[in-house]
Write a protein that binds this ligand. Structure first.
Ligand SMILES: CC(C)(COP(=O)(O)OP(=O)(O)OC[C@H]1O[C@@H](n2cnc3c(N)ncnc32)[C@H](O)[C@@H]1OP(=O)(O)O)[C@@H](O)C(=O)NCCC(=O)NCCS
Length: 197
Protein backbone atom coordinates (compact mmCIF):
# COMPACT_ATOMS: atom_id res chain seq x y z
CA UNK A 1 0.00 0.00 0.00
CA UNK A 2 3.01 2.36 0.10
CA UNK A 3 3.40 2.98 -3.66
CA UNK A 4 3.67 6.60 -4.85
CA UNK A 5 3.11 8.25 -1.52
CA UNK A 6 5.61 11.07 -2.12
CA UNK A 7 3.57 12.18 -5.10
CA UNK A 8 0.32 12.00 -3.20
CA UNK A 9 1.65 13.87 -0.16
CA UNK A 10 2.42 16.73 -2.57
CA UNK A 11 -1.21 16.66 -3.69
CA UNK A 12 -2.35 16.71 -0.07
CA UNK A 13 -0.31 19.86 0.57
CA UNK A 14 -1.42 21.47 -2.69
CA UNK A 15 2.17 21.50 -3.97
CA UNK A 16 3.86 20.59 -7.24
CA UNK A 17 0.96 18.56 -8.66
CA UNK A 18 -1.33 21.56 -8.55
CA UNK A 19 -1.18 22.10 -12.31
CA UNK A 20 -2.86 18.79 -13.04
CA UNK A 21 -5.66 19.14 -10.53
CA UNK A 22 -8.31 21.10 -12.45
CA UNK A 23 -8.62 18.23 -14.92
CA UNK A 24 -9.09 15.91 -11.97
CA UNK A 25 -11.79 18.10 -10.51
CA UNK A 26 -13.57 18.05 -13.83
CA UNK A 27 -13.48 14.25 -13.81
CA UNK A 28 -14.82 13.91 -10.29
CA UNK A 29 -17.11 16.81 -9.43
CA UNK A 30 -20.17 15.82 -11.45
CA UNK A 31 -20.65 12.21 -12.42
CA UNK A 32 -23.68 10.36 -13.67
CA UNK A 33 -24.27 6.66 -13.22
CA UNK A 34 -27.24 4.67 -14.47
CA UNK A 35 -29.60 6.02 -11.79
CA UNK A 36 -27.65 8.64 -9.84
CA UNK A 37 -26.23 12.10 -10.21
CA UNK A 38 -23.11 12.35 -8.05
CA UNK A 39 -21.98 15.91 -7.44
CA UNK A 40 -19.60 17.78 -5.14
CA UNK A 41 -21.14 18.71 -1.79
CA UNK A 42 -22.16 22.39 -1.64
CA UNK A 43 -23.52 24.81 0.95
CA UNK A 44 -27.10 24.19 -0.17
CA UNK A 45 -26.81 20.54 0.95
CA UNK A 46 -26.64 21.34 4.64
CA UNK A 47 -30.25 20.31 5.34
CA UNK A 48 -29.78 17.00 3.53
CA UNK A 49 -26.53 16.44 5.45
CA UNK A 50 -28.45 16.91 8.68
CA UNK A 51 -31.43 14.74 7.68
CA UNK A 52 -29.25 11.78 6.76
CA UNK A 53 -26.71 12.10 9.55
CA UNK A 54 -29.18 12.74 12.36
CA UNK A 55 -30.97 9.46 11.67
CA UNK A 56 -29.83 6.87 14.26
CA UNK A 57 -30.41 4.09 11.72
CA UNK A 58 -27.80 5.45 9.32
CA UNK A 59 -25.31 6.02 12.13
CA UNK A 60 -25.42 2.74 13.98
CA UNK A 61 -21.75 2.14 13.21
CA UNK A 62 -20.39 5.69 13.11
CA UNK A 63 -17.93 6.54 15.85
CA UNK A 64 -19.40 9.96 16.54
CA UNK A 65 -23.03 8.77 16.55
CA UNK A 66 -25.97 10.61 15.00
CA UNK A 67 -25.83 14.37 14.56
CA UNK A 68 -27.92 16.32 17.02
CA UNK A 69 -27.64 19.91 15.76
CA UNK A 70 -27.63 21.94 12.58
CA UNK A 71 -24.29 23.37 13.71
CA UNK A 72 -22.74 19.93 13.32
CA UNK A 73 -24.29 19.65 9.85
CA UNK A 74 -22.89 23.06 8.88
CA UNK A 75 -19.47 22.07 10.20
CA UNK A 76 -19.48 18.74 8.30
CA UNK A 77 -20.69 20.40 5.09
CA UNK A 78 -17.95 23.05 5.36
CA UNK A 79 -15.32 20.36 5.93
CA UNK A 80 -16.41 18.46 2.82
CA UNK A 81 -16.59 21.65 0.74
CA UNK A 82 -13.05 22.44 1.86
CA UNK A 83 -11.89 19.08 0.49
CA UNK A 84 -13.18 20.08 -2.94
CA UNK A 85 -11.70 23.56 -2.69
CA UNK A 86 -8.27 22.40 -1.50
CA UNK A 87 -7.85 19.05 -3.18
CA UNK A 88 -10.37 18.96 -6.05
CA UNK A 89 -11.80 15.77 -4.63
CA UNK A 90 -14.17 14.92 -1.84
CA UNK A 91 -17.48 13.32 -0.99
CA UNK A 92 -20.44 13.50 -3.31
CA UNK A 93 -24.11 14.11 -2.77
CA UNK A 94 -26.16 11.47 -4.57
CA UNK A 95 -29.43 12.54 -6.19
CA UNK A 96 -31.80 10.25 -8.06
CA UNK A 97 -31.64 11.15 -11.73
CA UNK A 98 -35.31 10.44 -12.19
CA UNK A 99 -36.19 12.85 -9.34
CA UNK A 100 -33.71 15.76 -9.56
CA UNK A 101 -33.06 17.31 -6.16
CA UNK A 102 -34.02 14.15 -4.28
CA UNK A 103 -30.90 13.56 -2.20
CA UNK A 104 -30.64 9.89 -1.29
CA UNK A 105 -27.07 9.60 -0.03
CA UNK A 106 -23.53 10.83 0.49
CA UNK A 107 -20.16 9.26 -0.07
CA UNK A 108 -17.42 8.56 -2.53
CA UNK A 109 -13.75 9.33 -1.94
CA UNK A 110 -11.96 11.57 0.51
CA UNK A 111 -8.23 11.87 1.22
CA UNK A 112 -7.29 10.55 4.61
CA UNK A 113 -4.07 9.78 6.44
CA UNK A 114 -4.13 6.25 7.82
CA UNK A 115 -1.18 5.07 9.89
CA UNK A 116 0.95 7.84 8.35
CA UNK A 117 -0.03 6.95 4.79
CA UNK A 118 -2.11 9.05 2.45
CA UNK A 119 -5.06 7.04 1.15
CA UNK A 120 -8.45 7.59 -0.44
CA UNK A 121 -11.20 6.61 1.94
CA UNK A 122 -14.23 5.07 0.26
CA UNK A 123 -17.48 5.76 2.10
CA UNK A 124 -21.22 5.45 1.50
CA UNK A 125 -24.28 6.38 3.51
CA UNK A 126 -27.78 6.26 2.05
CA UNK A 127 -31.26 7.03 3.25
CA UNK A 128 -32.97 3.93 4.71
CA UNK A 129 -35.88 4.46 2.27
CA UNK A 130 -33.50 3.41 -0.54
CA UNK A 131 -31.59 0.59 1.16
CA UNK A 132 -31.34 -2.56 -0.89
CA UNK A 133 -31.73 -0.64 -4.16
CA UNK A 134 -28.07 -1.04 -5.10
CA UNK A 135 -27.40 2.71 -4.90
CA UNK A 136 -24.40 2.38 -2.57
CA UNK A 137 -22.83 -0.19 -4.86
CA UNK A 138 -23.54 1.99 -7.90
CA UNK A 139 -21.92 5.06 -6.33
CA UNK A 140 -18.93 3.17 -4.96
CA UNK A 141 -18.31 1.46 -8.29
CA UNK A 142 -18.14 4.87 -10.02
CA UNK A 143 -15.71 6.10 -7.34
CA UNK A 144 -13.44 3.08 -7.70
CA UNK A 145 -13.42 3.36 -11.50
CA UNK A 146 -12.47 7.05 -11.36
CA UNK A 147 -9.76 6.45 -8.75
CA UNK A 148 -8.28 3.67 -10.85
CA UNK A 149 -8.24 5.91 -13.90
CA UNK A 150 -7.13 9.23 -12.43
CA UNK A 151 -5.30 8.44 -9.17
CA UNK A 152 -3.84 4.96 -9.62
CA UNK A 153 -0.92 5.77 -7.31
CA UNK A 154 -3.11 6.44 -4.26
CA UNK A 155 -4.33 3.38 -2.35
CA UNK A 156 -8.11 3.17 -1.90
CA UNK A 157 -9.41 1.72 1.35
CA UNK A 158 -12.72 1.11 3.06
CA UNK A 159 -12.86 0.75 6.84
CA UNK A 160 -15.85 -1.33 7.87
CA UNK A 161 -17.16 -2.44 11.24
CA UNK A 162 -17.36 -6.24 11.35
CA UNK A 163 -21.07 -6.14 12.30
CA UNK A 164 -22.02 -3.77 9.46
CA UNK A 165 -23.34 -6.52 7.23
CA UNK A 166 -24.81 -4.24 4.55
CA UNK A 167 -21.55 -2.35 4.17
CA UNK A 168 -19.51 -5.56 4.05
CA UNK A 169 -21.89 -6.83 1.40
CA UNK A 170 -21.38 -3.67 -0.70
CA UNK A 171 -17.58 -4.12 -0.48
CA UNK A 172 -17.92 -7.75 -1.54
CA UNK A 173 -20.18 -6.83 -4.46
CA UNK A 174 -17.48 -4.37 -5.58
CA UNK A 175 -14.92 -7.16 -5.58
CA UNK A 176 -13.01 -5.63 -2.68
CA UNK A 177 -11.04 -7.91 -0.43
CA UNK A 178 -10.28 -7.95 3.26
CA UNK A 179 -6.65 -6.90 3.63
CA UNK A 180 -6.39 -6.96 7.39
CA UNK A 181 -7.99 -5.97 10.65
CA UNK A 182 -7.32 -2.49 11.99
CA UNK A 183 -7.88 -0.70 15.22
CA UNK A 184 -9.80 2.37 14.10
CA UNK A 185 -9.94 5.03 16.77
CA UNK A 186 -10.18 2.36 19.44
CA UNK A 187 -12.66 0.13 17.62
CA UNK A 188 -11.79 -3.13 15.84
CA UNK A 189 -12.60 -2.76 12.13
CA UNK A 190 -11.86 -4.43 8.82
CA UNK A 191 -9.73 -2.82 6.13
CA UNK A 192 -10.91 -3.57 2.60
CA UNK A 193 -8.97 -2.76 -0.58
CA UNK A 194 -10.00 -3.08 -4.23
CA UNK A 195 -9.55 -6.55 -5.67
CA UNK A 196 -7.34 -7.29 -8.66
CA UNK A 197 -8.87 -6.57 -12.05
C1 LIG B 1 -24.22 0.40 3.83
C2 LIG B 1 -25.33 1.08 3.03
C3 LIG B 1 -24.79 2.36 2.42
C4 LIG B 1 -25.79 0.14 1.93
O1 LIG B 1 -26.72 0.86 1.13
P1 LIG B 1 -27.62 0.15 0.03
O2 LIG B 1 -28.04 1.19 -0.94
O3 LIG B 1 -28.65 -0.66 0.72
O4 LIG B 1 -26.57 -0.79 -0.63
P2 LIG B 1 -26.81 -1.79 -1.82
O5 LIG B 1 -28.29 -1.91 -2.11
O6 LIG B 1 -25.89 -1.36 -2.90
O7 LIG B 1 -26.29 -3.18 -1.25
C5 LIG B 1 -26.61 -3.59 0.04
C6 LIG B 1 -26.33 -5.08 0.17
O8 LIG B 1 -26.34 -5.42 1.55
C7 LIG B 1 -27.41 -6.32 1.79
N1 LIG B 1 -27.93 -5.96 3.09
C8 LIG B 1 -28.55 -4.84 3.44
N2 LIG B 1 -28.88 -4.87 4.73
C9 LIG B 1 -28.47 -6.07 5.20
C10 LIG B 1 -28.52 -6.72 6.46
N3 LIG B 1 -29.03 -6.11 7.52
N4 LIG B 1 -28.02 -7.95 6.56
C11 LIG B 1 -27.47 -8.57 5.49
N5 LIG B 1 -27.36 -8.01 4.27
C12 LIG B 1 -27.87 -6.77 4.14
C13 LIG B 1 -28.37 -6.11 0.68
O9 LIG B 1 -29.19 -7.25 0.50
C14 LIG B 1 -27.41 -5.89 -0.49
O10 LIG B 1 -26.77 -7.08 -0.92
P3 LIG B 1 -27.37 -7.97 -2.12
O11 LIG B 1 -27.58 -7.03 -3.28
O12 LIG B 1 -26.35 -8.99 -2.36
O13 LIG B 1 -28.67 -8.51 -1.64
C15 LIG B 1 -26.54 1.43 3.91
O14 LIG B 1 -26.92 0.29 4.61
C16 LIG B 1 -26.27 2.55 4.87
O15 LIG B 1 -26.42 3.73 4.54
N6 LIG B 1 -25.86 2.21 6.12
C17 LIG B 1 -25.57 3.25 7.10
C18 LIG B 1 -24.23 3.94 6.83
C19 LIG B 1 -23.08 2.97 6.84
O16 LIG B 1 -23.01 2.11 7.70
N7 LIG B 1 -22.18 3.16 5.87
C20 LIG B 1 -21.01 2.33 5.73
C21 LIG B 1 -19.95 2.76 6.67
S1 LIG B 1 -18.52 1.66 6.48
Amino acid sequence: MSRGITVTMRMWRGGASRGTLPAMREAFERVTTERLLLRAVSRSDVNAVFTLHSDPETNRFSLTGAMTSMDEARHRTALWMEDWAQRDLGYWVAERREAPGDVVGFGGLRYKVLEGLLVLNLAYRFSPRTWGSGFATEMARAALDLARRHLPEVPVIAIIHPDNVASLRVAERLGMRLERHVDYEGTPNRLYVPGER
